[in-house]
Design a binder for this molecule. Structure first.
Ligand code: NDP
Length: 328
């Protein structure tokens, strides 16, 4: 028997629970590449999975962790060999397939991305799904033709993972960034990442008018619900909003007014099933456009055993920026 340390989620007559355990390698699921995992990270979805607050996990037992970075230890996939440094984001890992909160993972090689040149495994996980999704949002805005000369860019959920990376990226690309946060105490942090203005998220979180004053040309929204409706209503003529999250809620109580009277576009962003070509583009841009000092400033590091506690904290909106998990 060969075992390794992992966080394991169980759901049975004794309830829903997650904790550190010795996991038997033979209980890993099918895959053509085995990876010795060095780092993972905590995303909002990991919080949902570990606490069971939303039915993210579809199979039990489950090892959570939607991201990992590590080194290939065995492979029958022609694209990967022993010793290759790789990362994984999404594809249902940590939801339906054993995930990254473990010393070992066995996955389909098709899901793996080579560790981007210039990034350490720890930096890649400091970015993680949240940061890579922020990049997907910026790419969506760019592909829509949005440029900084059109006006400011709003980032909601600013002090969270997606928000922090989005601010750093947009500022580096020359945008005047407006950060919407519920944590006024994080003003210095947000300005350090590149935000030029800070607004209270309360301005956007209560039901508003179908159309408001035009305040921003572009937005990255990780909050959804009433906030997204208000973001759309206050977007400038022919502006665009990249929507990727639901921190306030899954609903969208909006009208069509911004679309039909101002030509505003709502751009949907999914990271989980994004095709490899788009992933490579996003990771290439992250390697070149994300300031490493800002990445370090938004990152804290925890041990594998701490993840259940951090999971509860991220859902409560108490984590700041990104949290890396050192697997050890
Ligand atoms: P975080 O918890 O790190 O950030 C979310 C932020 O949203 C919080 O820090 C807080 O920012 C703000 N927030 C939290 N609750 C509320 C609320 N009730 N009303 C308004 N704002 C709120 O999570 P992540 O950055 O990891 O993820 C953000 C969202 O994006 C999640 O919904 C996640 O599921 C989604 N996501 C989607 C992906 C995709 O593929 N589409 C990929 C990655 C993430 P502040 O304190 O500054 O107000």
């Amino acid at each position: 028997m060969s075992t390794f340390k992992a966080i394991r989620i169980d759901k049975d007559d004794n309830g829903y629970r997650a904790g550190l355990t010795d996991f038997d390698e033979k209980d890993l699921m099918e895959g053509d590449v085995t990876v010795v995992v060095s780092h993972s990270c905590v995303n909002y979805k990991d919080g949902l999975a570990i606490t069971g607050k939303s039915p993210v996990v579809r199979r039990f037992p489950m090892i959570p962790g939607i991201d990992f970075a590590g080194v290939v230890s065995a492979s029958s996939n022609p694209n990967f060999k022993e010793g290759d440094k790789v990362i994984l984001n999404g594809w249902g890992v940590g939801e339906t397939h054993m995930g990254g909160y473990a010393q070992k993972a066995r996955v389909k090689g098709d899901w793996l991305t080579p560790l981007p040149a210039g990034l350490s495994p720890a930096e890649a996980m400091a970015i993680g799904t949240a940061g890579y999704t922020a990049m997907l949002c910026v790419l969506a805005l760019e592909k829509h033709g949005m440029t900084p000369d059109r006006g400011p860019a709003l980032v909601t959920g600013a002090a969270g993972g997606v928000g922090s990376v989005a601010i750093a990226l947009l500022a580096k690309l020359g945008w005047h960034v407006i950060a919407s946060t519920g944590r006024a105490s994080e003003e210095v942090y947000l300005r350090g990442l590149g935000a030029s203005e800070i607004i209270d998220r309360g301005e956007l979180s209560a039901p508003g008018r179908p159309l408001g004053k035009e305040r921003w040309a572009a937005a990255v929204d990780s909050v959804g619900s009433v906030t997204l409706a208000n973001v759309l209503a206050q977007t400038k003529y022919a502006g665009a909003v990249a929507a990727c999250g639901l921190a306030q809620g899954m609903d969208l109580p909006a009208t069509v007014a911004p679309f039909i009277l101002r030509g505003v576009s709502l751009l949907g962003v999914d990271s989980v099933m994004a095709p490899q070509a788009l992933r490579h583009e996003a990771w290439g841009r992250l390697a070149s456009d994300l300031d490493r000092a800002k990445l370090a400033a938004m990152t804290s590091t925890v041990k594998l055993a701490d993840t259940p506690q951090v999971a509860a904290e991220i859902l409560a909106g108490r984590t700041r920026g990104r949290v890396v998990v050192e697997i050890g």
